[in-house]
Design a protein around this ligand. Structure first.
Ligand code: C2E
Ligand code: MG
Ligand code: MG
Ligand code: MG
Length: 275
């Protein structure tokens, strides 16, 4: 009967939930030692300058090489790292590691590091960034910190000051995933970002999506008038590239040029010249 099959479904759902909870718990536990065991690695994805067709920046993207589960994507474990606070020490490691790699690249290539809102709430952030820069002697102007607007949502007064403090170190600040939040425009007025990265959601249905096209056009103009570098993430096709190029964006990032690559491979790609 419907009733019994309903109950059966419920049971199955229960089992699945239990399994999910268990992996969540297990991840929490194994993550504690993952940093010390050297299981985290950074992959790098290039941002290509549309003017020179050369790599202008590489974004550091975190990966966890789990002993049993293989490579795990950040969307699966960063929320857990944020929940436990482990993102703070992991984030410090990321800053140091990314700066160390970038110091080996040609001077024209910067490195971009994503910051979690949890790192942002931690009082040690400015010191951690300063430490990574001094330890690696990387020119601060070659470090870009990517933040999403969730960072600015609460305590905005305090967070704006923090952004100013970071800026005073000489680093660049980029607004990531632009357009996905509630008040992207408002934040552009309260803080002079160095760069805007349009979220890949607006690129996906280019060149035909009328709404996306209108938004992409508007952001290109906005960035230009505000003196910010404009970039777009998630460019996968030549048609998408053509739109972004004709709208006057400065940089693109996406599988069309390259997927995120391990450090050794990204160095080769940078050395190869234009893409
Ligand atoms: P994000 O910062 O917006 O990074 C861009 C994501 O889009 C990356 O996924 C990248 O691999 C993916 N991507 C790039 N080009 C394309 C494309 O052409 N097509 C498609 N479909 N995807 C593309 P990834 O590496 O899985 O990272 C996901 C998110 O996890 C990042 O989004 C960022 O929010 C977070 N994340 C990654 N690394 C770190 C980190 O070191 N620290 C922190 N706090 N967050 C990180
Ligand atoms: Mg990013
Ligand atoms: Mg992004
Ligand atoms: Mg994104």
């Amino acid at each position: 009967s419907a009733k019994s099959s309903g109950r059966g479904t419920y049971k199955l759902f229960d089992v699945a939930m239990h399994a999910q909870l268990q992996t969540h718990q297990q991840m929490k536990i194994t993550m504690r030692d993952a940093l010390a065991k050297g299981e985290f690695e950074l992959h790098y994805q290039p941002l290509v300058s549309l003017e020179s067709r050369c790599v202008s920046c590489c974004e550091a993207l975190l990966r966890w090489r789990h002993p049993d589960r293989g490579m795990i994507a950040p969307s699966e474990f960063i929320p857990i790292a944020e929940e436990t606070g482990l993102i703070v020490p992991i984030g410090e490691w990321i800053l140091g590691e990314a700066c160390r790699q970038a110091a080996r690249w040609p001077e024209r290539v910067s490195v971009a590091v994503n910051l979690s809102p949890v790192q942002f709430k931690h009082r040690n952030l400015v010191r951690a960034v300063a430490k990574a820069l001094s330890a690696t002697r990387l020119d601060p102007a070659r470090l870009q910190l990517e933040i999403t607007e969730t960072v600015l949502l609460d305590e905005s007064e305090h967070n704006l000051e923090l952004l100013q403090d970071l800026r005073r170190l000489g680093v660049k600040i980029a607004m990531d995933d632009f357009g996905t939040g509630y008040s992207s425009l408002g934040y552009l007025r309260s803080f002079p970002f160095d760069k805007i990265k349009v979220d890949q959601a607006f690129v996906r249905d280019l060149p035909h999506g009328k709404e996306s096209l209108a938004i992409v056009k508007a952001v290109a103009g906005l960035g230009q008038s505000l003196g910010m570098t404009t970039s777009v993430e998630g460019v996968e096709t030549e048609d998408q590239l053509a739109v972004v190029d004709s709208e006057g964006f400065n940089e693109v990032q996406g599988y069309l040029f390259s997927r995120p690559l391990p450090a050794a491979e990204i160095s080769k790609l940078i050395a190869a010249g234009s893409l």
